[in-house]
Each structure stands twice: as C-alpha cells, then as structure tokens.
Design a binder for this molecule. Structure first.
Ligand SMILES: Cc1cc2nc3c(=O)[nH]c(=O)nc-3n(C[C@H](O)[C@H](O)[C@H](O)COP(=O)(O)O)c2cc1C
Length: 310
C-alpha cells in the first residue's frame, strides 16, 4: 500500500500563509488548506477584509481553499474566483460546530438541511467544472453518529471526503472515533469507490497517521493541532525533540519576521501571535516565564527585540 496523503488541517486564525510557510520550511505536508473563508462575505462589499485569508505563496503548494457559507450562488461565484487565484482545489466546510457560525444554518448545521447541502455542493461542482476537485470536510453526525449523512455525501461524486471523527455535539471533548471513520470508508467502497477518504482527529505523529491509515484503509490523514507539539510532524523522521532552545527561538524569530513582512496593513494583530508562543518557547528552563513576558507584548518590533534577547 502506498503512503496516505498527509494534509495540514485548516485551522481558523492559525494556519494562515505565515504559519503554513513555517511548516513548509520545517517539513511540508503533501497538501495545504487555507483557513475557512465565508463565501457570502467574499461576495459582499466586505470582500477585501477577507482576502488575506486566501493569500498563499509558492511554498505552500498544492493548496486547497476551504469555504463556508449559506448561498449556493456565492459558492458558485467564489469557486470561479478560486480557480483564477490558482487554488488546486476547493473544500466545503460542513463540520464546524461553533455556535456563532452555525446559528445561520451553515457548516455542521447543513447536516440538518440536506437539500441545501446538496445544492451547495452542486453549485460548487458546476463552477469547478472538472477544472479543480471539489471536496467536503465534515463530522460523523450532528448529535450522534449518523451514517446517512456520509452516505448522502458519498452520493455527490466528491473528489475527497474528510471525516473528523467526532459529532457536532462532541465538539472536541471526546477522542476522535477512528473506527467510525473506518465505517465510512467501508460505505465509500460500496457507494462511490472514486471518492477518497481522509481521516482526521488527534493525530500527533506521522507514524500514528500511517498506522491509522493502514488499519482503516484510508487515502489520507489530516493533522491539525499535532503541529503545535511538533512543527516537523510531517517529516519521515522528525528532529523536533532534539532541537535546542536556540533552534526553537530562531524558528519563532523567523515566524515573527514573516508575520511582520506579510501583514503590513495590520490585517492581524500582534496578539494573534500569542497562540504560537508555546510551540517554540517550551521544553527548556524558564520557558513559562519567557512566554508570559512575550505574550504581554503590544508591538511586533518589541516582540522581535525580546525574542532576539532571550
Ligand atoms: C483553532 C482551530 C481552528 C479550526 N478551524 C477550522 C477551519 O477553519 N476549518 C475546518 O474545517 N476545521 C477547523 N478546525 C478543525 C480542524 O481542522 C480539525 O478538524 C480538528 O482540530 C481535529 O483535528 P486535530 O486533532 O488534528 O487538530 C479548527 C480547529 C482548531 C483547533
């Protein structure tokens, strides 16, 4: 069996072009995803404020744009735009469980509005017109595991179906259910063998991903939060555990410098860097105190100065 495709998961406000470039420089995944971007916003006068979420560099390729929203016509228009922008694929988010997001009927709420879910997929596929692949990322069900949802999605001739092994109700509170992901792969074999199945949830090493893919006969493994513990997670043999304090600080410095060069118009605040601090500033004496100091910083230049001085 060939190795599964390893994918860096979309994580809103985390896997932006800057962080993706950091990961690319450590150990690139086979495929990148953007953060999810709202199609109804993209097709509104507020479009320009969202475009930074679709920025990518040549280092992050192939890259798939992940979109979400309500109106099929906006999925259509956005998909046409994404082709122009050079994306390698378009993925529809049907899994996000966040209240503020689903209250308008989007993302995981589409599990309860299946006619609209199908309309959205069809509009996206019409626009993609075979030029770029269309995929869906979803969960096991809404309140409980519901294989009829996966069955419906498998009937839509998707290129890929990514399953995060939890229900909407479970949020992130229970372990990812890989055997249920395996059941969906079994359904795929019967309903639509050409749709690739990617499993997602709680993978913290490439080796673990390889084993899960083998056990459940999956085409791909998607890793999100695992990169916080090891930015080299996609490497065949990750060197992260042997990295020195100096190496880690150097990597953080690179991240901050790239952030500074990328967001010249303050599209993202310096505070948004805080969430990465623990990746780089950990595993050595005094790390906690240093982190607390760095996270109080109000300007990017001050942050850089402090990091250089560690
Ligand atoms: C901070 C954060 C933001 C996320 N944003 C997205 C998103 O934009 N689109 C999406 O499909 N999933 C999103 N997710 C879910 C992840 O892609 C992934 O499904 C989930 O974290 C489980 O995988 P993991 O255990 O490998 O992290 C997000 C998760 C986190 C923690």
């Amino acid at each position: 069996m060939t190795d599964p495709v390893f994918i860096l998961a979309p994580m809103d406000d985390v896997t932006d072009t800057v962080f993706r470039q950091v990961i690319a420089g450590c150990a690139p995944p086979d495929v990148y995803f953007t953060e999810f971007v709202n199609v109804d916003g993209l097709q509104s006068p507020g479009r320009d404020r969202l475009l930074h979420k679709l920025a990518f560099s040549n280092k992050e390729k192939p890259i798939i744009a992940q979109i979400w929203g309500l109106k099929p016509e906006n999925f259509y228009k956005t998909t046409k735009d994404l082709i122009e922008m050079g994306f390698a694929g378009v993925d529809i988010n049907m899994g996000c469980p966040v209240k503020a997001v689903i209250k308008s009927g989007t993302c995981s709420a589409l599990m309860n509005n299946r006619d609209l879910a199908v309309d959205i997929i069809k509009a996206t596929q019409r626009a993609a017109a075979g030029v770029i692949p269309v995929s869906v990322k979803t969960r096991l069900g809404y309140n409980e595991i519901d294989l009829s949802w996966a069955e419906l999605l498998l009937q839509q001739s998707l290129d890929t179906l990514t399953i995060h092994g939890r229900t909407k109700k479970e949020m992130s509170k229970v372990p990812s259910n890989w055997s249920a992901i395996g059941d969906i792969r079994g359904l795929r074999d019967k309903i639509n063998p050409s749709t690739k199945i990617v499993g997602n949830g709680d993978v913290i090493s490439r080796q673990q991903g390889l084993e899960l893919a083998k056990t459940y006969k999956l085409d791909g493994i998607m890793i999100g939060r695992g990169v916080f513990g090891d930015p080299y997670i996609f490497a065949k043999d990750s060197p992260w555990l042997n990295k020195s304090k100096k190496d880690k600080i150097e990597l953080y410095k690179k991240h901050i410098e790239l952030f500074k060069d990328t967001y010249k118009d303050n599209e993202r605040s310096v505070k948004s860097l805080n969430k990465y601090c623990k990746i780089y500033i950990s595993g050595f004496d005094g790390a906690k105190d240093i982190r607390e100091k760095l996270m109080r910083t109000e300007s990017i230049d001050q942050l850089l100065e402090l990091v250089v001085a560690i």
